[in-house]
Design a protein around this ligand. Structure first.
Ligand code: UT7
Length: 400
């Protein structure tokens, strides 16, 4: 039996702190007028103390799980798309997994620049369609503010931080991902890059002095690429799905530049009231931009059951990705698949995995508690062991 994907949960997180164009006017040689006219951005969010890609991803994921009505432990896979992980090693996906309390659930990070979420969504669908997994969490999270040179006006005005997440579940009802296209053109890999900090140029003094750990971009080249792929990829996925632009209720494009969005919409024949735009409030949040726009579109009631939605993105690599997603009724029928249609060995395997994961989580929680309880004892014995006898002072010789 064919298995379909359904988005059953969605959530987003953006930091409290707003950085407006007027704030930027005080930092670099720019103006609110230039930024609004050339990009459509008015403000962006920047992480505060204690916030990272990991914490934002966890907040967005918790919300998505809540909407889906499932526990983290019920997930079969976590895909975290990001180009700004907390650490180079390990993957931020396992940190997110631990914070969610989903120990045991496979988790990996996916890097495809701003297209990461689109790649993640398609990968999630493959696992579901093949019958391997039933519930996949796909996250797009980014702290681009840490990779930006705040003295470079050509890039620093563009980006913002944030995270979005969706729960994708198996379904029997036709719908979900109807067509997709993923693409890459590595010939222009250096059009948008961070020159140093990796193996090709490990961290050194030159990297610090020249700020080679920040984003370098050939804005015009990326602009040309973006307008072409956004239009062509969207057109191809719509045709592949057997639809026309008139059948699409909403276009959710990557929020990189309002001019790119307007150009693509015009070429596709979409009036702007059928295009999701929130770049004015968040700037370009890279791979978080499409899930954030999707969440806001849902919260604003702009997507209804039965609607066809196109999501399309592009980014560093250079990469691109587009899907047509048919929005099914919210009610999930995954339970029906599990109970009635699964062969007995698979049902047993699924139950076993769940028990094993619960046992694992319980063990981790217990060992954490035990460690906490033992800390005072350990500190005390450690001190005892380390206790060195006081050196005896030389005898006091009284002066006569
Ligand atoms: O997620 C993917 C990420 N990247 C993108 O999507 C970026 C795609 N590219 C773009 O969005 C646009 O190319 C930019 C917004 C980056 C730049 O807009 P543009 O219309 O292509 O400007 P430009 O690079 O051609 O620069 C025009 C002028 C230049 O001055 P001169 O040489 O004409 O005197 C720039 O120095 O604007 C100047 N400029 C600025 N002026 C004020 C560049 N940045 C700024 C600024 N404020 N922030």
């Amino acid at each position: 039996m064919q298995r379909y994907s359904r988005i059953t949960g969605w959530g987003m997180y953006v930091p409290e702190r707003r950085l407006t164009n007027f704030d930027l006017e005080k930092m670099v040689d720019t103006s609110d007028k230039w930024i609004v006219e050339r990009t459509g951005i008015r403000e962006r969010r920047i992480i505060g103390p204690g916030e990272t890609t990991r914490t934002m991803a966890v907040a967005a994921s918790r919300r998505a799980l809540e909407v889906a009505g499932i526990e983290p432990i019920d997930l079969d896979l976590i895909i975290a798309a990001t180009s700004s992980p907390d650490h180079l090693l390990p993957t931020v996906a396992t940190q997110i997994q631990a914070d969610l309390g989903a120990v045991g659930v496979p988790a990996f990070a996916l890097v495809a620049g701003c297209t990461g979420f689109m790649y993640g969504l398609v990968v999630a669908h493959q696992f579901i369609a093949s019958g391997a997994y039933d519930r996949v969490l796909v996250i797009g999270a980014e702290t681009i503010s840490k990779a930006v040179n705040w003295e470079d006006r050509t890039t620093c005005v563009l980006f913002g931080d944030g995270a979005g997440a969706v729960v994708v579940e198996a379904s029997q009802t036709p719908g979900g991902l109807m067509s997709f296209e993923l693409g890459a053109d590595g010939r222009d890999w250096d059009a948008l890059m961070i020159p140093a900090g990796g193996v090709a140029h490990p961290p050194d003094m030159e990297m610090i002095e020249k700020k080679l750990y920040t984003i370098r971009m050939n804005g015009r080249a990326v602009f040309r690429f973006a307008t072409r792929v956004m239009t062509e990829a969207s057109r191809r996925v719509i045709t592949q799905a057997g639809l026309t632009p008139d059948d699409i209720a909403l276009l959710i494009p990557h929020q990189a530049n309002l001019r790119i969005i307007e150009y693509a919409a015009k070429k596709l024949g979409f009036p702007m009231d059928r295009v999701m735009v929130n770049i004015d409030r968040y700037g370009n949040t890279s791979t978080a931009s499409i899930p954030i726009a999707l969440v806001e579109a849902l919260e604003q009631g702009r997507i209804k059951p039965g609607d066809n939605v196109v999501m399309v993105g592009f980014g560093a690599g250079l990469t691109w990705g587009a899907v047509v997603w048919h929005w099914q009724p919210v009610e999930t029928d995954t339970a029906a698949i599990l109970v009635e249609d699964w062969p007995i060995p698979q049902r047993l395997q699924s139950s076993l995995r769940r028990v094993r994961t619960q046992a694992w989580n319980a063990r981790v929680a217990l060992s954490e508690k035990a460690t906490l309880a033992l800390i005072p004892l350990y500190t005390w014995t450690h001190r005892l062991k380390k206790k060195v006898p006081r050196p005896s002072l030389p005898p006091i010789v009284k002066k006569k």
